[in-house]
Design a protein around this ligand. Structure first.
Ligand SMILES: C[S@@+](CC[C@H](N)C(=O)[O-])C[C@H]1O[C@@H](n2cnc3c(N)ncnc32)[C@H](O)[C@@H]1O
Length: 218
């Protein structure tokens, strides 16, 4: 029997998403399984906004691969950051938001600076705990301030989805679906992927609980 930890809340029993399947909503939102080191889903490349919350370092990344029951193919966190950068270059979005922590800010910030002429760093928290410090790094074509300073990441993502103009937002580390939930609530299109099907099933279930009706394309 699989360990409970790998199955999260067990949503996978209700939504057994498999490799190659695309879960779709009527408004064009999509979720599929993808490891970014093997390439992005084609639909993700149509997004004009990106929000991602990548693993914080090599150790955390390896743990995510273990949880996904996959072998970690990268030798260093720097190598992983080159894959992230390549994904963003393929999407060519108007703007990106990358959540980072003290342990990976030194790698994420220069990556965003290398891609966009305007970079803004917001001070944020996670899990609504003041001492849980994180940053949302925004890269954009024009200088912009979306007023995210001081917000918890959860509220910041909801604010981004509600107030930032975009046709579709993508998160290629969708996990349990914060970006999907926030975009769905705002009535916006999202494209989500992650290498871990158990985590994506949690996201799919959360959207269903908010009223989303999924169809599956093979
Ligand atoms: C910090 S979590 C993101 C949490 C997410 N914001 C949420 O709402 O649950 C990072 C996610 O990246 C995923 N991940 C890590 N490496 C990946 C890779 N190479 N390709 C795709 N997903 C990956 C993990 O499975 C994990 O779900």
């Amino acid at each position: 029997m699989k360990q409970k930890g790998l199955r999260y809340d067990g949503s996978i029993d209700k939504y057994p998403i498999a490799e190659g399947e695309i879960y779709c909503l009527g408004n064009g939102s999509k979720i599929t399984i993808a490891d970014i080191t093997n390439g992005l889903p084609d639909f993700s490349k149509k997004a004009d906004c990106v929000f991602i919350d990548p693993a914080g370092n090599k150790g955390v990344l390896k743990a995510y691969y273990t949880k996904a029951e996959k072998a970690c193919p990268v030798q260093s966190f720097d190598e992983f950051v080159t894959y992230i950068k390549s994904c963003i270059e393929q999407i060519k979005p108007e703007r990106i938001f990358v959540e980072c922590f003290a342990r990976n800010k030194n790698q994420i910030l220069p990556m965003v600076e290398s891609l966009f002429p305007n970079v803004k760093v917001y001070n944020n928290t996670y899990y609504h705990i003041k001492k849980n410090e994180c940053w949302i790094i925004q890269g954009s074509k024009q200088p912009e301030d979306w007023g995210l300073d001081g917000m918890d990441e959860w509220d910041a993502v909801f604010k981004i989805c509600k107030e930032v103009p975009f046709n579709a937002i993508t998160d290629f580390f969708l996990g349990q679906g914060l970006v999907a939930e926030a975009a769905y609530e705002a009535g916006k299109v999202f494209y989500g992927s992650d290498m871990n099907r158990n985590r994506l099933a949690v996201a799919i279930n959360r959207i269903a609980k908010r009223g989303g009706e999924w169809t599956i394309k093979k």
